[in-house]
Design a protein around this ligand. Structure first.
Ligand code: MG
Length: 262
């Protein structure tokens, strides 16, 4: 009897010792959710909104098209550089231009201006485009539409700020023709399995003149003029600008830079 009592006493005192210890071990602490490594790299922001930060690759700074080639045959880009800007050439045989460098995931800043004297209507009024990945010499790839959508009716998934034929912009923050406009884009490239099937889709977030118009939109594939979108395997791709075949006055671009993402 005495032995049993001693065992009980020993057990109960053990409970008093172990229980608080266990409680101490499972009690969440602030440090549990702190991450200290790796430390994000320090980047100096541009002096003004839209100016390239210190880790950007400048694709066009107003001086030349050294970073660009013809999308058709990779000869030097023939668009017209003047007054610190570049204007689309609609001359026969010139066509789209694309970056020499290829990209996967990135942040892109680009500014564009519809001429003040723009004519035409619908898709034939200042049409161009930023192909976020150019997967062919023609209009193959993934197009963020450029168009005069200030006061110009067209299908909403083809207006400025749309992912062409896939996603209308959330709102319309267009400025008037003659004024400079900005796109700030985060592009997550699609990834593919060895057999060419899709592993993960492409996503895009777009700020248009500082206003969110595409919020982590999941693309259904390449942006096609006709037909249902589908994915085609690629690894990395240039960024392409469109010389659209409409008859309206050519638009201009300036201040183009990109930051590659890990
Ligand atoms: Mg276009």
């Amino acid at each position: 009897m005495r032995a049993q009592f001693s065992v009980l006493l020993a057990l109960s005192s053990l409970v008093f010792v172990v229980a608080p210890l266990a409680a101490q071990q499972t009690q969440p602490k602030p440090e549990d959710t702190e991450i200290w490594e790796p430390v994000p790299a320090v980047v100096t922001p541009g002096a003004t909104c839209g100016a390239p930060p210190s880790d950007a690759i400048v694709l066009f700074d107003g001086k030349n098209l050294d970073e660009w080639v013809s999308a058709q045959d990779h000869t030097p880009a023939q668009w017209i550089v003047h007054d610190g800007i570049v204007t689309v050439s609609k001359a026969k045989g010139v066509g789209n231009i694309e970056t020499k460098k290829k990209f996967k995931d990135y942040q892109l800043h680009i500014e564009w201006r519809i001429p003040e004297n723009i004519t035409g209507s619908g898709q034939a009024r200042g049409n161009s485009g930023v192909f976020l990945a150019s997967t062919g010499p023609g209009d193959d790839g993934y197009e963020l539409q450029v168009l005069d959508s200030y006061n110009n009716k067209t299908y909403v998934n083809g207006q400025a700020g749309s992912i062409y034929k896939q996603s209308p912009p959330l709102v319309n923050p267009n400025r008037k023709p003659g004024e400079w406009q900005t796109y700030d884009i985060a592009w997550t490239a699609p990834t593919f399995n060895d057999d060419g099937s899709l592993k993960t889709p492409a996503y895009v977030t777009v700020f248009f003149n500082g206003v969110l118009v595409q919020n982590h939109f999941e693309l259904k594939g390449q942006t096609l003029y006709i037909g249902k979108p589908f994915y085609k395997k690629y690894d990395s791709a240039p960024i392409k600008l469109q010389a659209h075949g409409d008859k309206s006055e050519p638009i201009s671009f300036r201040n183009i830079w990109v930051r590659e993402l890990p």
